[in-house]
Design a protein around this ligand. Structure first.
Ligand code: H76
Length: 482
């Protein structure tokens, strides 16, 4: 009798525990008509499946170039060095737009050589480069006909962007355009719309922006992506229709083009994800100088995403004094690249070229380090995705079909690497990157140890696991063993 009672308590307890998850499941499965009706929300549910998006995703590794007038002062104004981001110096040092834009007279990067930049990117192993066509300061790296603040009106005169597009494309590297909507040089820009005059001026500003974007898409038709920034102000959030319109306009002009989520705001000013929680744009672009937690944030594997990072803590444009913050070692940059790919994302590593058109030595060394590693181990990065396996302390898993890659950053004292496979997935064989067999032994059901040889590379390395997925066949033999 007592046992019966316990059983009932047990059953009731279970029902109570299960109740919230049942409710959650119902919430997730709300039929479409129960969602808020949005005119400017997500255009699509789930990942894009076309070839252009697949190309974006398979590239996995990109470089960011932040280059503009801010490279000239490099974080220093009137003898004072500001530790904040160099490309924001105008704000830190409270410089007026007019004064800031006189830096154009000093724009003369005599050592600039687009072909050299392209070779550097090629050697680094990046498959695409994101270039600041125009940062917040408003200075354009192309000769825009809609403003006087462009490369054309500097001593150097040359179309920097055009030369770069040509040089990168010649190396088979895709070019993505960074574009800041917020523009400190434009008299019609408004961060908020308080009066009717503000709204009228801002409407003119949006037309100006449309014109610049159409100009970019027309002049450089091989552009593969627009990455919008400076879209957080109330004025833009109140005009969600415009962000949806920009995406549509660019997609009509450039077949296959990809657009980041940061552009978008919905009918209620909700950004990145709309009021129903659906991603807007083609990929999430919120991971800036940070990454999702490799265990707790697995939800990111449900959509495409791209992270970007700086080498110092927070310097995108050239800053002459890097020692003011922690500067990452090349191996730390590499770990972040692998971390992103292991969770189904892309990683973009930033470079802030010097005002003379060359790169600082730290950045050249970093590019070489990553390139050397990618040349040997790139198989575990390019075209790879989230593996769906439980994260282990030695590093990260990535996956391409039936090959699962272990990218090892930490060597345990035992020289044995623990691996747990999902039910029905068996490891057939392990090899190192040179295809030499590595011992792997089953220690328990769905648990293995990769037994490393006595000597391993003294840098992060890759173990390739050839797997067999019993879930995909009708062979249930192993399941029947329980
Ligand atoms: C804040 C901010 C901007 N977004 C980054 C990608 C940099 O461009 C930085 O200036």
């Amino acid at each position: 009798m007592l046992r019966m009672k316990n059983l009932w308590l047990w059953i009731i307890g279970c029902c109570l525990l299960a109740a919230p998850s049942v409710l959650n499941a119902q919430k997730k499965m709300l039929p479409a008509e129960q969602e808020i009706r949005l005119q400017y929300g997500a255009d699509r549910l789930g990942k894009r499946k076309d070839a252009a998006m697949k190309q974006f995703r398979d590239h996995r590794l990109g470089a960011f170039i932040h280059w503009g007038l801010y490279a000239i002062p490099g974080g220093e104004w009137n003898g004072k060095v500001y530790s904040g981001a160099a490309e924001w110096l105008k704000v830190w040092a409270k410089v007026s737009a007019d004064e800031w834009l006189t830096l154009m007279d000093q724009w003369n990067p005599t050592r600039f050589d687009a072909k050299k930049w392209a070779r550097m990117a090629k050697e680094m192993g990046v498959k695409y480069v994101k270039i600041t066509t125009k940062h917040h300061e408003g200075f354009c790296l192309w000769p825009s006909q809609y403003t006087e603040y462009t490369v054309a009106n500097t001593p150097f005169k040359r179309d920097i962007l055009g030369e770069l597009v040509k040089a990168y494309n010649a190396e088979n590297i895709d070019v993505h355009f960074y574009f800041s909507v917020m523009d400190w040089s434009h008299p019609d820009y408004r961060s908020s719309l308080k009066t009717k005059e503000d709204s009228i001026a801002f409407r003119r500003f949006l037309t100006f922006t449309d014109n610049q974007l159409k100009e970019l898409a027309t002049r450089y038709p091989t552009v593969k992506d627009f990455w919008f920034d400076g879209t957080w102000d109330a004025s833009i959030k109140q005009n969600g229709w415009w962000t949806a319109h920009v995406e549509q306009m660019l997609k009509e002009m450039v077949p296959g083009v990809t657009i980041n989520s940061r552009l978008r705001a919905d009918d209620y000013g909700k950004r990145h994800f709309d009021s129903n929680g659906h991603l807007m744009g083609d990929y999430e672009s919120g991971y800036e100088r940070r990454l999702p937690h490799p265990v707790k944030d697995l939800k990111v594997t449900q959509w495409d995403w791209e992270a970007c990072m700086t080498v110092p803590e927070n310097q995108w444009g050239y800053h002459k004094e890097w020692s003011l913050s922690y500067v990452k070692q090349p191996v730390e940059v590499l770990e972040r690249i692998v971390h992103a790919v292991s969770m189904g994302g892309n990683m973009v590593v930033n470079f802030g070229p010097q005002p003379d058109g060359d790169f600082r030595s730290e950045e050249k060394e970093l590019a070489q380090y990553i390139g050397r590693w990618m040349k040997k181990n790139g198989e575990a990065i390019y075209g790879c995705d989230y593996a769906g396996w439980e994260k282990q302390d030695w590093g990260y898993f990535t996956r391409k079909g039936d090959e699962v890659y272990m990218v090892v950053f930490q060597l345990p004292y035992s020289n044995r690497l623990q691996v747990k496979t999902p039910q029905g997935v068996n490891i057939i064989k392990a090899t190192n990157i040179e295809q030499k067999e590595v011992k792997v032994q089953e220690t328990a059901r769905n648990e293995y140890q990769v037994v490393l040889p006595a000597s391993t590379p003294n840098e992060p390395f890759v173990i390739r696991l050839h797997i067999e997925n019993k879930n995909q066949t009708s062979d249930k033999y192993r399941d029947a063993l329980t």
